[in-house]
Design a protein around this ligand. Structure first.
Ligand code: 5GP
Length: 189
């Protein structure tokens, strides 16, 4: 994954190179702050965390361990990306298995890009009458926003460039990187 003797600590995934953007230490510090913020607002309830797979699996694992109160966790799988491009179409690959009516929900997204995925998913959730919905996005690209969605907690606002790491992949690779890496500008097709 690394390029030998590279002074900029770039990594290569398939045909593309990526530069370090947010360090593993910065990621952990921010995720702990997000967990503490959720703990303050939701400590009287037993919230149900809904992790939007695949990209948010690592973020969810760290976030729920920073939330030191009883909670439940469930997963859905939604897809909209192929390679480095959004397909403009959200598909439910794996739907909700839990009854969410009357529950306090925390929706955990890896990255909010156009907002299409979250917009689509929140509509589905509200139709099932939860008590409340708190949305958490680890990353957000404000310049890419096309759908108006409420995001209560954001880890980092980033520029509108393709990123990998901390659960996010490029065609299957890069999910296990501890920090965030951004596509090197000169290699963009
Ligand atoms: P949206 O529906 O908000 O346009 O896109 C959300 C989904 O697109 C994310 O959950 C993620 O799977 C994917 N995505 C958006 N931007 C990026 C990115 O920069 N890198 C990666 N790896 N996936 C992204």
């Amino acid at each position: 994954m690394t390029i030998p003797f590279d002074p900029e600590n770039r990594i290569q995934l398939h045909d593309l190179r990526f530069l370090p953007s947010i360090s593993a230490q910065e990621v952990q510090t921010r995720v702990h702050a997000l967990g503490a913020a959720l703990q303050n607002s939701l400590s009287d309830d037993t919230p149900l965390f809904i992790s939007v797979l695949s990209g948010s699996f690592i973020f969810t694992a760290d976030l729920v361990r920073a939330f030191e109160h009883p909670c439940e966790i469930t997963f859905v799988k939604l897809t909209s990306y192929a390679g480095t491009q959004s397909t403009g179409d959200v598909q439910t690959v794996m739907g909700l298995e839990k009854d969410i009516s009357g529950r306090h929900l925390v929706v955990v997204e890896d990255i909010v890009d156009t907002g299409r995925t979250l917009h689509f998913f929140l509509e589905q959730l509200w139709a099932q009458q939860p008590a409340s919905v708190t949305t958490v996005g680890f990353l957000r690209k404000p310049d890419a926003a096309k759908f108006s969605v409420k995001i209560d907690l954001v880890g980092f606002d980033i520029e509108d460039n393709f990123v990998v790491g901390y659960g996010l992949d490029y065609n299957g690779l890069g999910r296990n990187l501890k920090g965030i890496y951004v596509l090197e500008p000169t290699t963009h097709q």
